[in-house]
Design a protein around this ligand. Structure first.
Ligand SMILES: *Cc1c(COP(=O)(O)O)cnc(C)c1O
Length: 353
């Protein structure tokens, strides 16, 4: 193998561009624990405005966003309804339990999408035997659902029902802007349905660090307290916040290129014998946004073996199951890289014994 590998493992592998680094180097900073970092303040105002919320808080990661939301909404002994493959439930060490004393009520969705009929019967009656149903969370786009966009009408129905029944709603919108760009439905229209919304700067947007949690002034003030006790108070954080601000200015519209590249990759893979793009329920396209899952036929060996052979040829992807592989398009991937990736995939598949 020669040259830099093509890295499709995740949209977290992006590197800051020279322009982003320049913006970071020049950032005006102050002590954010005193609320005195002008760049952090600017980012928080920008995010609140962009999502149509009163307030926003810059935090270290998407995981922290989700934990802060659960702590702001719930008390120990409360219960949270979530989708069984969502990041919060599946990939965050059960932070809601470890750090919030909250029990999950996972619901199996189709491609990450739950239906209202599935969750309607789940509200617990007021009885001392039960936890208190308190929160409903959704993930948009849905990572393990293959970058799936939640149908807008479903979001509306679930959140409307939740609020009518006195429940709170949280959106894990680490990739919400992918959904915005792909659907043309503006961010505040999605965000309006949720009491809190998290977005991530270090995924497709290509900033090196951070996420933000947005909501009412009161909820964000509460989340701010919890951020401190979890060790998330940062000082001259404007240096990294400047990367996030730069990304919001320059890297949102270009997410459409990632979506086109993921589709291009799916089309390439669909022509390779021994590989199969994973289908998602009720979609007319193999991918909604920038994430693609595909399956390897047993004749190709396991996903892990196949991934190892791809790596030898300079293509990095992620085995996420015994026969399942994930590939993600991002800022560091051009259309020509996709074509090269398809060639490598075809080569390796052809040489299966
Ligand atoms: C990556 C991700 C997170 C967690 O973000 P970290 O910054 O890695 O903690 C949360 N939710 C979703 C949907 C994600 O894809």
């Amino acid at each position: 193998m020669t040259g830099k590998p093509l890295d499709f493992r995740s949209d977290t592998v992006t590197l800051p561009t020279p322009e982003m680094r320049a913006a970071m180097a020049e950032a005006e900073v102050g002590d954010d624990v005193f609320g005195e970092d002008p760049t952090v303040n600017r980012l928080q105002e920008r995010v609140a405005e962009m999502l149509g919320k009163e307030s926003a808080l810059y935090v270290t990661s998407g995981t922290m966003c989700n934990v802060l939301a659960v702590r702001a909404h719930c008390r120990p002994g409360d219960e949270m309804i979530c989708e069984a493959n969502c990041h919060m439930f599946y990939l965050e060490q059960s932070g809601y339990a470890q750090l919030c004393g909250v029990a999950p009520r996972p619901v199996q969705g189709a491609g990450g999408v739950m239906q209202l009929e599935q969750i309607e019967p789940l509200i617990r009656p007021p009885d001392a035997h039960f936890p208190r149903t308190r929160l409903v969370t959704l993930e948009n786009t849905h990572n393990r659902g293959g970058g799936r966009i939640q149908p807008y009408g479903t979001v509306e129905a679930i959140c409307g029902w939740a609020h009518e029944n006195g429940l709170r709603t949280h959106l894990d919108g680490a990739r919400l802007l992918n959904a915005v760009v792909a659907t043309g439905i503006e961010a505040p229209r999605w965000a309006w349905h949720f009491d809190t919304v998290g977005i991530c700067f270090s995924k497709g947007l290509g900033a090196p660090v951070g996420s933000a949690l947005a909501g009412s002034r009161e909820l964000i003030a509460e989340a701010h307290r919890h951020r401190k006790v979890l060790g998330g108070g940062m000082r001259q954080a404007g240096i990294i916040a400047a990367g996030a601000l730069y990304a919001l200015e320059h890297h949102v519209d270009r997410l459409a290129e990632d979506h086109a590249n993921a589709l291009r990759l799916a089309e390439g893979i669909s022509g390779i014998a021994g590989l199969r793009v994973r289908e998602n329920p009720d979609r007319d396209r193999p991918v909604d946004t920038n994430i693609l899952y595909f399956e390897v036929d047993p004749s190709q060996g396991t996903a892990a073996e196949f991934v190892a052979k791809l790596k030898e040829r300079g293509l990095l992807v992620l085995a996420t199951g015994p026969a399942v592989i994930r590939a993600v398009a991002h800022l560091g991937i051009a259309a020509a890289d996709v074509d090269r990736a398809v060639e490598i995939l075809a080569e390796v598949a052809r040489h299966a014994d």
